[in-house]
Design a protein around this ligand. Structure first.
Ligand code: CTP
Length: 442
């Protein structure tokens, strides 16, 4: 019996896939089809596959051509599979000519002519693009713009740029640069907002009232009541309102959460997260707590939950108005755990994340919020494990994919729960209400 194996993503199954499978089957007596996981595709640079692994497997199964379907999830698996299944022929389309010649050591390698004129990428890009407007300023806005070019299905067509230097960054691109928010809303399906946090509530409300989806840099609002109102408005209008914290979309950070939930370091009793930077500030700057607390709070609220018993906010403020903090430390007490964050725009510290458990601890080195690496450390050092994952575009790319998917499905695909977003707003509200111990009084 001649065994044939072939691999692919098979997203939005099309005629080219069908023909490839028919010819692969005709090469032998038994056809094994490997369908790639989303994670493996991401590592290969295919980031916005539209269908889930199960849907893609189902499309292959429905052809009736595969005698066996397997899942491809890691680099080097092809050699393992060829040996394990006793494969005689490995085949793929001619777009891969030469790429798999190294497998000739293990079996025959056949490149079948690719069917002209059809591909999953083409089908994905022909679906109507979501027109996205960007609102705000600074480096992160520019990064969002650059990353959006890598995401199928989203196109930035307008930017609210309210000063000349900002406009200069984009002037060679095919974009509308505006200084009027209403005009921008009339041109887009969705907005990404990274304006000063004091503007978030009114800008989000206006966008939702005009039927636009919103991705907003955290915090979404400066108090719980405003957050609740916006969340309800989005739900009533069947629109997506997503909190933007790019760390939530880093693969390493997500793996860390899964390992912790799986009990790898035992019961968790303490979390300490630090995010600091030294920046120039002016009247438009975000204070330390709005700039950094949403990120620093993320692992605490995602791991320990949002129902803490007590918290204390300690802040060093700029002047007697006490609304611009240069440094803030918050301590939380839970029923069975403690946690703390240190955030600052004018004090520098080690930007690490440490999560302590009864069997070991997780250590994410600085800058932990751009997670691509972490360690699990134990009493017996020989048990220590290091984990590396690729982080493309600081997580922004994956965040945009999640936003586009949410809009398409009209179901929130965000990695940040509404409860977490709301708890973040509550912390900011308490700071705004001066429920704070001020380290330095004027
Ligand atoms: N294939 C083909 N003819 C096409 C498209 C794909 O023969 N027009 C083959 C590929 O060479 C591969 C298999 O089908 O052996 C699965 O390809 P896959 O990468 O899933 O499909 P693409 O349409 O090429 O996807 P994308 O556009 O995302 O790269």
């Amino acid at each position: 019996m001649v065994k044939v194996i072939t691999y692919g993503t098979y997203d939005l199954f099309h005629y080219g896939h069908q023909r490839l499978l028919e010819r692969a089957k005709a090469l032998g007596d038994y056809l094994i089809v490997g369908v790639t996981t989303d994670d493996f595709d991401k590592k290969r640079g295919k980031i916005n596959v539209h269908q889930s692994l199960m849907e893609r497997i189902e499309s292959v199964r429905a052809t009736g051509l595969a005698d066996e379907i397997i899942v491809e999830e890691y680099e080097g698996q092809k050699i393992d599979d060829i040996r394990r299944y006793g494969v005689d022929i490995f085949t793929v389309g001619s777009d891969w000519v030469g790429h798999f010649d190294y497998l000739k050591e293990y079996c025959d390698v056949v490149y079948l002519p690719r069917t002209e004129g059809v591909s999953s990428s083409d089908i994905r890009s022909k679906k109507r693009n979501i027109n996205l407007g960007l609102v705000g300023q600074g480096n992160v806005l520019k990064k969002f713009y650059d990353e959006s070019k890598l995401v199928n299905g989203i196109e930035v067509n307008a930017i609210l740029a309210d000063n000349e230097s900002e406009k200069k960054c984009y002037e060679n691109d095919d974009l509308v640069l505006l200084d009027d928010y209403d005009e921008l809303l009339s041109l887009v399906d969705a907005v990404y907002i990274i304006s000063h946090p004091s503007k978030h509530y009114s800008q989000i409300k206006k966008a939702l009232n005009q039927g636009k989806h919103v991705l907003c840099e955290s915090p979404i609002a400066l108090c719980e009541k405003d957050f609740d109102e916006l969340e309800k408005l989005a739900a009533d209008k069947n629109l997506i309102l997503m909190d933007s914290i790019k760390t939530a979309y880093s693969t390493a950070y997500n793996r860390l959460l899964l390992l912790l939930k799986g009990g790898k370091i035992g019961d968790i009793y303490s979390i300490d997260a630090t995010c600091t930077s030294i920046r120039d500030y002016d009247d438009h700057s975000w204070n330390s707590i709005t700039a950094w607390a949403p990120t620093a709070l993320l692992p605490i609220f995602q791991v320990l939950g949002v129902d803490y018993n007590n918290k204390t906010i300690n802040s060093l403020t700029l002047d007697e108005k006490q609304n611009f903090d240069l440094f803030t430390k918050i301590d939380f007490q839970y029923e069975n755990a403690v946690a703390s964050i240190k955030v600052a725009n004018s004090v520098k510290s080690e930007g690490e994340l440490i999560i302590s458990g009864t069997e070991g601890y997780a250590y994410v080195p600085a800058p932990w919020w751009k997670t691509d690496y972490f360690e699990l450390r134990f009493e017996n050092q020989e048990d220590n494990k290091k984990y590396f994952y690729q982080l493309d575009g600081e997580g922004i790319r994956y965040e945009l994919v999640a936003f586009a998917k949410s809009i398409e499905l009209i179901r929130n695909n965000a990695y940040i729960d509404y409860k977490v977003s709301k708890a973040i707003c509550k912390i900011i509200e308490d700071f705004e209400n001066k429920d704070v111990n001020f380290i330095k009084k004027y």
